[in-house]
Write a protein that binds this ligand. Sequence first.
Ligand SMILES: Cc1cc2nc3c(=O)[nH]c(=O)nc-3n(C[C@H](O)[C@H](O)[C@H](O)COP(=O)(O)OP(=O)(O)OC[C@H]3O[C@@H](n4cnc5c(N)ncnc54)[C@H](O)[C@@H]3O)c2cc1C
Length: 361
Amino acid sequence: MYDVIVVGGGPGGSAAAKRCAELGLKTLLLERMKLPRRKVCTGMLVAKVAQDLVEEVFGESPSKAITPSQYLSGIRVYAPGIRPRTLEHRIFIAWRKEMDYWMNKKAEQSGAELRDAARVETIEEGPDGFTVRLAGADVKARFLIGADGATSVVRSCLFPDLRVRYGGATREVYKGALKNLETDYMHWFFPAHRIRPRFDINFKRDGLFALEGGGLKDLSKEIKQYLADHYGFDPQWEPVWKDGCALSHLHDELLSGAFVPAKGNALLIGDAAGLAVPVAYEGIGSAVKSGILAAASIGNAIETGQPAASAYVPSLEGIMAEIKRLHPLEDWLTKEAEKGDEAMLDAVIFAFKKAFVESEY
Ligand SMILES: Cc1cc2nc3c(=O)[nH]c(=O)nc-3n(C[C@H](O)[C@H](O)[C@H](O)COP(=O)(O)OP(=O)(O)OC[C@H]3O[C@@H](n4cnc5c(N)ncnc54)[C@H](O)[C@@H]3O)c2cc1C
């Protein structure tokens, strides 16, 4: 019997498990993949609040711990045939595989038990707490934290009637040199005179770069030709690897109150709760923040005897306010894009400034 089981070893799960272990709680962190695992994600800590939170929870700055001098100078946005726009902003960027594993290990060092290759199949709630079913084994706890990302099993067990809208993102990682794209900028392309589809190119160590985005499948040939014509992409290059993931869209439900990401002593955090902030879907910071809040709420529940949800839900106020502030920009961006590519790029820079530079939660 554990005090807390945390399902999912992303940034949210590691932060929650670390904080629970530090409270002296017997904590189990379950991850379905063999660790270290890959995650489709640019790996940017863009907002200052995200950088500060990661440092606050996991100790030394990940820039020192993982990728020395791995900072971007900003973001450039492109539409065919017009002048790109730039947002100058210092951004930490890492491979998620390395950053997340560093977080997993920090949680373990703080006393959480870390179990990988442990896929949770279903959850059952009984009078003594939760039974978490893994292939071939059951584990039990008084408190449960669902940190299992966009396609959360914990969420679907707790809220079987919730209808979730999903999007998708793909990533292809190449080794090779491109021209006319500075490696210390994130390059975001809007190839179809609309806000979507869009894709980005960002450079990592060892001559690798990632091409990632949503709604790209049908455009992939055109995109590669465009990159060949302008940036020296060789259409014969094969990706070193490619992968993809789902994104869940729950902002409308969160803002209307139709979905509240907690029930009794079961709390959802990060992408499982739909808390990635709108516009750019920066979700590492909000996952870490909600993980800290979930751990604190469990500490509070043990002291007061109240369900953990009753402290957790109000404590999400800052993240909810941020979602509320940024959510309208998504429709606004679509409308601005209808005015033409120049207006679209100006609007994107405006919205990124709001989402990245001014973010606070
Ligand atoms: C293309 C793309 C680019 C992005 N770029 C950025 C960015 O630059 N910066 C940023 O802040 N955010 C970015 N995001 C969003 C960010 O990746 C997520 O918001 C963030 O990873 C959420 O963290 P999390 O801990 O909630 O979930 P995740 O990081 O998704 O972790 C969930 C974990 O749970 C595990 N899991 C799932 N199901 C089970 C199960 N049944 N049993 C056990 N374990 C399970 C998964 O394997 C995974 O390890 C991007 C997203 C995409 C798609």
